[in-house]
Design a protein around this ligand. Structure first.
Ligand SMILES: *[C@@H]1O[C@H](CO)[C@@H](O)[C@H](O)[C@H]1NC(C)=O
Ligand SMILES: *[C@@H]1O[C@H](CO)[C@@H](O)[C@H](O)[C@H]1NC(C)=O
Ligand SMILES: *[C@@H]1O[C@H](CO)[C@@H](O)[C@H](O)[C@H]1NC(C)=O
Ligand SMILES: *[C@@H]1O[C@H](CO)[C@@H](O)[C@H](O)[C@H]1NC(C)=O
Ligand SMILES: *[C@@H]1O[C@H](CO)[C@@H](O)[C@H](O)[C@H]1NC(C)=O
Ligand SMILES: *[C@@H]1O[C@H](CO)[C@@H](O)[C@H](O)[C@H]1NC(C)=O
Ligand SMILES: *[C@@H]1O[C@H](CO)[C@@H](O)[C@H](O)[C@H]1NC(C)=O
Ligand SMILES: *[C@@H]1O[C@H](CO)[C@@H](O)[C@H](O)[C@H]1NC(C)=O
Ligand SMILES: CC(=O)N[C@H]1CO[C@H](CO)[C@@H](O)[C@@H]1O
Length: 890
């Protein structure tokens, strides 16, 4: 069967294709038929949670809400509904999403643009390293600096919202197609990287959009279509809190202005109308004050999604775009007039949007968009989806790159992860004779941007494919950099081992291999977004290429550009394979960032943001298998619970080939002067949450306005198929009359309009603030022992081991904090402090519905080391002693 409605955001060049397809189908009139719950395993329940908690009660949002309440109070009904949805797929030039405006009161259209690693679908931008690469740096400051640069570029192009960072998928399934857009298979690494990105982006005045909430761990079957529901991720409460929701809590804590729901369902209920997730988890427990939007075309219902807590529908259409149909816009106006969506909810939706805009200061001189996602020509149609559209200047070619290549290169470089370096083979000198193999060493010979949204794996793999890609302004490819630096370089631009002259003993071969994945909107070499066909194998016969090079040469260096783990067993132990470097997805700066490491100008300092197992089957099948086609709703049940990646391998006592956090340096480090300091005393249950103050939303006028507020001004020239929030006069009158007649909407079970006090674990900006109390700090002095005479950066990582004998089955060790040192010269040292919070020492108790520190009085062990399997230092929270020289807990 052809998967018709997969594209998250197809590029403009394909809009006609889309038009043709959509005209073959009839728009469904309601999402109700799509709410299939059949097949969800017993016990997984999507409980109702109503009403949507009002925004505006957190102290740090008070000023923005005050202004927003004032502005929204001046809006008519049609203005309020206009700003809660997009004007339609390809209708509002120029961004991938464009809201309606309320210009009469001074509120503009907002421009929403992909994606996590750069401004998508335009030129004169930086192609930054991907999320997974950023995670591999284990550098909080670089995560932040990259965010700053991204924020500057989005603002420079006039985009109001940055559709990132992605902290879901978490990388539960190594084959998952979009894991590379996020930061790694651990909630703390994801959470820290997401939070640093948000801080950097939003300090520039751009609204970050934290995504995708939640359970979007594979690409295939992710979308509802008129014939089949999306898969259901069935996640138990504890796993939700301790793994998947964790990075979202950190992002909300960092102040993200917006969040995006994902396509799939959780426990059988679609994420875009899952009241438990949006109203309950995100808005009440995590106290989120900003706005929640759909993923593109993930909107399935009008009244129900509004009641479930959704605030913005993107890009505005029903699942079948371009017909001028929407579940919101004019339908939301109707739903408010007929009383089905309470004015209180609509006030909250509109105010959340406007408050977020004020919070980032976008009311002050924010630039308008100066680019087009649809064409690179200077002039083009203003409403490409409309067929008949006026033309105008759509591209101003504003160059927003500034000096961002510096931070882009730094991220790419500090991510390079040295996995193996037998006999300190690396670094090599520039005078050795180098033979280079693999098409991945050179930029795509057909053009660096020749495949739409990078939907091919040709040439140096700098990013995966789909809506998370961006155009390269240039590609500093490894082969050019090698040729610039080294004396003798012979390049064989092939993935099949060629005939080569007999090498001498000292000759060095560098073999470039890759593994790609992306969004389900494209199939690349038979991989449907996820790595369903190639699995965790190197693409293009990469394993054989390495093996054959290793048979010929004494000295082989393998460089891997990859979206995630690949299995290295076919060659990793071959004696000639002296060194292996994972360069992840470096973006435009693939060359010098790598070769400076090969030639010893800098030491590698990247660490694995996931484990590389010996075999994929070392994981439980729920993790190693993708969910396939099903009649009805495909079920993806998280039966492994907390046990993914290293948590899983450690539980089963299976050694990874290379463990999470592993990464070698040319320098060697030693940790000394280790101490643990108690900061806030722990109690089993955290101090009581703060009381929710009354939101100013509660003061707004909730009377249903007159029907005239829903009608377009006489003579307004409407564009065909553009989405407007107006009704015809007769429709408006009929809806108003319907509401006054006492007709009542068939509200979902559990529906209520009474605001709740909020759950015990809840609080503003991420949950109960006490969860972020620092319980302990661990200090270590890192010294470069000087044995190798190389400078380098170390990454001390702190993992918590919970007390034994507790009634909670908990992973042996879990990452809780990390820091990266500066570049330490031989003999040089740096003191590093790692923080362990109350939440870090807690489990989610499903009975109490709260975080519980089960060993408040007992002994937690805080392990510190340079990888999850190299933890030589331990500190005890009860005796406050620290010891060195351990083999580690796993
Ligand atoms: C899914 O069902 C499980 C098991 O009943 C429950 O613990 C969890 O809270 C549910 N999650 C959602 C989002 O409904
Ligand atoms: C809705 O937004 C569109 C696009 O900016 C605008 O043309 C229209 O006038 C707006 N409607 C209202 C009610 O302001
Ligand atoms: C109000 O309008 C909405 C949107 O068309 C519709 O779904 C709902 O059933 C209507 N409510 C009543 C009570 O007619
Ligand atoms: C485009 O961006 C530039 C630089 O940010 C800005 O000066 C200009 O006003 C923008 N163009 C429009 C139409 O707003
Ligand atoms: C490392 O190199 C030495 C020779 O330098 C060799 O004896 C040994 O087998 C190699 N080990 C691996 C794992 O390749
Ligand atoms: C670090 O070096 C000191 C001596 O300087 C030594 O006693 C200690 O064992 C070393 N620590 C580790 C973890 O190797
Ligand atoms: C509230 O809205 C209704 C309907 O638009 C209006 O008649 C009434 O005057 C408003 N009340 C206040 C206090 O503004
Ligand atoms: C150590 O490295 C420095 C800088 O590269 C160099 O000048 C010095 O000669 C080296 N010392 C030894 C003992 O190799
Ligand atoms: C500096 C830069 O990259 N400028 C480019 C901006 O985009 C236009 C149109 O694609 C190019 O012609 C410029 O070279």
């Amino acid at each position: 069967m052809v998967i018709i409605f997969d594209p998250e955001v197809p590029s403009g060049s394909r809009s006609l294709w889309f038009l043709a397809l959509s005209s073959l189908l009839i728009s469904p009139s309601s999402g109700a038929a799509l709410e299939a719950r059949d097949g969800v395993p017993a016990g997984y329940v999507a409980a109702p949670y109503y009403p949507t908690p009002h925004g505006g009660w957190a102290d740090d949002w008070e000023g923005s809400y005050a202004k927003a309440v004032e502005l929204v109070s001046q809006m008519t009904l049609a203005e309020k509904t206009n700003i809660t949805a997009g004007s339609g797929f390809f209708m509002g030039e120029p961004c991938v999403g464009n809201t309606g405006s309320a210009l009469r009161v001074g509120f503009p259209q907002l421009c929403l643009q992909d994606g996590p690693l750069g401004v998508r679908s335009t030129d004169n931008v930086t192609a930054f390293p991907a999320g997974i690469t950023t995670g591999a740096t284990f550098s909080k400051s670089l995560m932040y600096e990259r965010g700053v640069a991204l924020g500057e570029e989005f603002k420079g192009k006039g985009a109001n919202m940055y559709l990132g960072p992605s902290v879901g998928p978490l990388g539960r399934k190594p084959r998952g197609g979009r894991n590379w857009e996020a930061f790694g298979s651990d909630p703390v690494l994801q959470g820290v990287a997401g939070a640093q990105t948000i801080k950097g982006v939003q300090e520039q005045g751009v609204i970050a959009v934290l995504k995708h909430l939640i359970g979007n761990e594979q690409e295939m079957w992710r979308m509802y279509n008129p014939f089949q529901p999306a898969y259901s991720s069935n996640i138990d409460d504890r796993t939700m809190h301790e793994l998947y929701l964790w990075p979202f809590a950190e992002g909300v804590h960092a102040g993200t202005g917006a969040a995006m729901i994902s396509y799939n369902a959780v426990n059988g209920s679609a994420d875009s109308q899952n009241s438990y997730n949006i109203n309950g988890l995100l808005k009440d427990e995590l106290g989120f004050q900003g706005l929640v939007m759909t993923d593109w075309l993930a909107h399935l219902s009008g009244v129900d999604s509004a009641l479930s807590g959704l605030d913005m529908d993107m890009p505005g259409d029903t699942q079948i775009p371009l017909f001028g149909n929407s579940y919101w816009m004019y339908e939301l106006t109707r739903s408010a007039l007929n009383g089905s969506v309470p004015m209180d909810r609509l006030n909250d939706m509109a105010t959340r949007i406007v408050a977020t805009w004020y919070k980032m200061g976008q009311d002050q001189d924010y630039p308008e968009p100066n680019f087009s996602s649809n064409t690179r020509d200077r002039e083009g149609p203003l409403y490409p989806g409309a067929l008949l559209s006026p033309s105008g200047v759509v591209n101003q070619y504003v160059n927003v790159q500034a000096e961002h290549k510096v931070v882009a290169k730094q991220v790419a470089q500090e991510a390079v992860t040295l996995l193996k370096n037998n006999g300190s083979f690396l670094p090599i000198t520039t005078t050795v004779s180098l033979s280079v193999f693999g098409t991945d060493a050179q930029a795509d010979p057909q053009g660096i941007n020749s495949c739409t949204d990078k939907s091919c794996n040709r040439g140096t793999l700098g990013m995966g494919w789909g809506s998370g890609s961006a155009d390269y302004p240039y590609m500093d490819d490894p082969i050019s950099s090698l040729k610039r630096k080294a004396g003798t370089v012979t390049y064989y631009a092939t993935d099949s081992f060629p005939t080569v002259p007999m090498p001498s003993d000292d000759d060095v071969a560098i073999v470039f291999i890759s593994s790609d994945s992306g969004e389900n909107s494209y199939t690349v070499e038979n991989n449907h977004g996820d790595r369903d066909t190639d699995g965790l194998k190197a693409w293009h016969g990469g394993d054989a290429l390495v093996q054959k090079a290793a048979a010929k040469y004494n000295n082989v260096i393998v460089v891997v550009h990859t979206v995630g783990p690949i299995i290295m067993e076919p060659w990793i132990d071959l004696p000639s394979v002296k060194a292996v470097l994972v360069a992840h997805l470096p973006g435009q700066e693939a060359g010098d960032s790598l070769t400076e490491i090969l030639f010893g100008e800098v030491s590698p300092s990247g660490h694995l943001p996931y484990s590389i197992p010996v075999a994929e089957s070392d994981y439980p099948s729920s993790v190693s298998n993708l969910v396939g086609f099903a009649v009805g709703q495909p079920q993806d049940t998280y039966s492994e619970g907390l046990y993914i990646d290293y948590r899983s391998l450690n539980k089963q006592k299976i050694r990874a080939r290379f463990a999470f956090g592993h990464g070698l340096s040319y320098a060697s480090f030693n940790f000394s002067s280790i101490s643990i300091t108690p900061v806030t005393s722990l109690s089993t249950v955290p101090p009581t949450r703060p009381v929710k103050s009354t939101s100013p939303i509660a003061t707004m006028n909730t009377t249903i306005p007159s029907a005239s507020e829903a009608v377009a001004p006489a003579g307004f020239n409407m564009i065909w198929r553009y989405l407007y929030s107006w009704l015809s006069e007769s429709d408006a009158n009929a809806a108003y009359a319907e509401g006054q007649s006492g007709a009542v909407y068939a509200y979902p079970a559990g529906y209520s309009t009474k605001q709740k006090v909020g759950p015990p674990a809840g609080g503003p900006n991420g949950g109960n603030p006490a969860l972020w109390d620092v319980a302990y700090t661990v200090s270590v002095t890192v010294i470069n022992t000087g044995e190798t005479n190389h400078s380098g950066k170390a990454v001390p990582q702190a993992y918590v081991q919970f007390p034994s004998g507790m009634p909670y089955d908990t992973p042996v060790i879990q990452l809780r904090d990390f820091e990266k040192t500066g570049s330490l010269a031989p003999g040089e040292s740096e003191a590093v402090e790692l923080s362990i919070t109350r939440k870090d020492l807690s489990v989610w108790d499903v009975e109490l519905q709260n975080w519980v520190a089960p060993g408040a009085e007992g002994q937690y062990k805080i392990w510190v080391g340079e990888a999850s399997d190299d933890l030589g230092v331990v500190c005890y929270t009860d005796s406050l002693r620290c010891e060195v020289g351990f083999a580690g807990p796993v």
